[in-house]
Design a protein around this ligand. Structure first.
Ligand SMILES: [Zn+2]
Length: 289
């Protein structure tokens, strides 16, 4: 699971704490083998950067009771079925709702949490002191590890940057760890951890990116993310009330893990100005007719 995926578990942990007054103990169960060759279930405590310093998630067995939640169990997982080519998601509800349902919690708040420590806050303060007063954050790359079908063409991201610079008094800061740098942006790639990036997003007027870890991370802050959403997955499953979505799909959810011609076509034909208009309205500028 990616860091963004773990953030949805952090959301469930908050709901568990509010409902039951105990921490979540995140575990995974894998089948192992006994000395006699029998299959035996093995349990491990799941640790993640996304859980660090989180008061609602148990990261060490400390003698306290908590609610054990299995991260790789079929009921809490948002994946319904999966093979080499394709994944079928539980697309009728948000990931956080799917997780919370397994522990008897209905109508959770659809928002993630991250808790920086002092050292991280200090580091980010230093970086922020070098940035302009008004800026938006952008991540033009999508994580290709699981699927290539969440991406949006790099040249369209460049056009978005150009328009924002031309139409507003905002600078553009590129975050994330992507290989290519956009022109006329401030380069913060690789300068922060995923966790620290939350504070950079928080200081920005808006994040713009394709659906992924950073768009979940933005919901830990007061900053709105403008999210380009492809036909790979259903909007309902990943949609946060505090974000704004530009759904470019004319098909789907296709769940394709290998390159999908329809996802490519949707991205190629989409007018990037729709993204610019959403960004402008989020940062309070006049919409560009
Ligand atoms: Zn597709």
């Amino acid at each position: 699971m990616g860091l963004g995926g773990y953030l949805t578990w952090a959301a469930a942990a908050r709901e568990i704490y509010e409902t039951y007054g105990v921490k979540m103990i995140p575990i995974e169960v894998h089948m192992g083998q006994s000395a006699a060759g029998d299959k035996i279930p093995l349990t491990r405590l799941v640790k993640s950067e996304s859980f660090k310093n989180n008061p609602y998630v148990c990261q060490e067995f400390d003698g306290e009771h908590g609610l054990q939640v299995r991260l790789n169990g079929s009921s809490a997982n948002y994946v319904e079925e999966e093979d080499f080519l394709k994944v079928v998601h539980k697309s009728d509800k948000h990931i956080i709702e799917t997780i919370c349902e397994t522990v008897g919690i209905k109508n959770p708040t659809i928002k993630c949490d991250i808790f920086l420590d002092e050292k991280e806050e200090e580091k980010v303060e230093k970086i922020l002191s070098t940035l302009p007063e008004k800026f938006i954050t952008i991540e033009p790359h999508s994580n290709l590890e699981f699927t290539v079908n969440r991406s949006y063409p790099f040249e369209k991201w460049q056009s978005i940057v150009n328009d924002v610079l031309e139409k507003t008094d905002h600078k553009v800061v590129q975050i994330g760890t992507g290989p290519s740098l956009l022109k006329n942006v401030i380069d913060l790639r690789g300068k922060t951890s995923f966790r620290e990036a939350s504070a950079i997003i928080e200081a920005s007027s808006c994040l713009v990116s394709t659906e992924g870890g950073l768009t979940h991370l933005a919901t830990c802050t007061e900053t709105t993310a403008v999210v380009v959403l492809t036909g790979y997955q259903a909007q309902k499953m990943v949609e946060y009330p505090s974000n704004v979505y530009v759904n470019i799909s004319k098909h789907g959810p296709c769940g394709m893990k290998v390159s999908c011609p329809k996802c490519l076509k949707d991205a190629k034909e989409h007018d990037y100005k729709e993204v610019v208009n959403k960004v402008l309205s989020v940062i309070g500028e006049k919409e560009w007719a």
